[in-house]
Design a protein around this ligand. Structure first.
Ligand SMILES: [Zn+2]
Length: 398
């Protein structure tokens, strides 16, 4: 039976308070670190289960440790709302957790109204890839893309779950009408345009490369400047070239975020420099063209300086488009679209079910840091947009 709906600002404040509560469940006492199936995940599950049960949701934990609560509907159809509850080391309270808490706020906001579909809120056990250097474990299990073995299977057993039951975590995609993920933006775009929310149109494709410059290590005092094959100077020249190319290519972000010089001594010309390249763009063609240009430039710099250049590809992930129909529905409440530069669970789910994301403004653009925060008004706006989306979908499936 319907009951008076709570004001959206109260739902938002509660969602925020709950994120803060969850942030107290940490592997250490100095900040928030909660990796895949680590001991504090038990307390986290307990708290979320209690909140789900108070909303008349049926709660289960699947074999990869996703906590899943189903709010009954008037048919077998199902809408999924989810995000992750694992964190990076020394994390903020809202990356991932906010999406799950907004899911619960939406169910709460229905005030016991039943829709023509069930709502499943999923707290994914793993997205960040910290514990096993492999991200998206939780959502991969839903699309049947996860092989549970070795240390990972042991972690599942240690948590009290049965890795043999991993197939039961898989979605019955024929029943699922969509996947909606709310997430903090983790960047400065919404701050700059002064808006609380964005609809995510696509998740940008990524290329990652390891690039090695090989010169000749030698004495920093006795080797004349013109007779050097300085690997670090060659790498440095290329780092700036990468930045220049990205600056003049609309929408491209290219980063050299790591560099290692060998032997890394102040009085030795570097014989080798190893750098990591990360390139992202919403159009795969633009990204791949930029990557080719950047690698050509590296080769040209090496040739000119007598330094060898070699590279190996570490990642070539295509752009994932969100579902056009869900985007159009979400846009009724949120008239601003952007591309996500970061990967999210929606990227995995989009392979099997229509998916869309909504970003909530990140004050200061700060994320993966204890200072990460959100504004209650922005979260209230997200809850408002979510409730409109639910009602629009309800009309469609009535
Ligand atoms: Zn996240």
């Amino acid at each position: 039976m319907a009951e008076p709906a709570k004001p959206q600002i109260l739902l938002a404040e509660e969602a925020i308070a709950r994120c803060r509560t969850l942030a107290g469940f940490s592997e250490n006492s100095t900040g928030l670190t909660r990796t895949f199936l680590s001991p504090p995940m038990h307390a986290c599950h307990q708290a979320i289960s209690k909140w789900m049960q108070s909303l008349e949701m049926l709660v289960e934990t699947d074999a990869i440790g996703n906590l899943r609560g189903v709010y009954p509907g008037l048919s077998e159809r199902r809408l999924i709302i989810g995000s992750h509850i694992d964190t990076v080391p020394n994390a903020g309270a809202f990356d991932g957790a906010l999406g799950v808490m907004i899911g619960l706020a939406l169910v709460d906001g229905l005030a016991r109204q039943r829709l023509p579909f069930e709502i499943e809120v999923i707290a994914f056990s793993e997205e960040e890839g910290v514990r096993f250097a492999k991200p998206f474990l939780g959502s991969l299990a839903l699309v049947g893309g996860l092989n549970l073995e070795g240390a990972m299977a042991q972690a599942v057993r240690d948590f009290g779950l049965d890795p043999e039951r991993i197939d039961e975590a898989k979605l019955d995609a024929s029943r699922v009408i969509g996947y909606v993920e709310f997430h903090i933006e983790q960047g400065p775009v919404l701050e700059e345009v002064d808006l609380p929310l964005a609809v995510v149109a696509a998740i940008a494709g990524q290329s990652r490369f390891a690039v090695t410059f090989t010169g000749a290590a030698n004495h920093a005092g006795t080797t004349p400047m013109r007779m050097r094959r300085d690997a670090l100077a060659a790498a440095a020249e290329w780092v700036l070239a990468v930045e220049r190319t990205a600056l003049v290519t609309e929408g491209l972000v290219a980063t050299v975020g790591s560099i290692e010089a060998l032997p890394n001594a102040g009085n030795v010309i570097a014989g080798e420099a190893r750098v990591g390249l990360d390139v992202r763009h919403q159009a795969d063609e633009v990204r791949l063209t930029a990557v080719k240009q950047l690698l050509d430039e590296a080769a040209e710099i090496g040739l000119r300086r007598g330094v060898g250049v070699a590279w190996s590809e570490r990642l070539n992930q295509a752009t994932v488009q969100m579902d056009a129909d869900l985007i159009a529905l979400a846009e009724r409440a949120v008239p601003f679209k952007m591309v996500s530069g970061a990967g999210h669970d929606a990227m995995i789910l989009a392979a099997v079910v229509p998916s869309v994301m909504l970003f909530v403004r990140s004050p200061g653009g700060v994320s993966h840091h204890p200072d990460e925060t959100v504004r209650a008004e922005d979260v209230a706006a997200a809850i408002g947009a979510g409730l409109s989306l639910l009602q629009d979908l309800a009309k469609r499936y009535n």
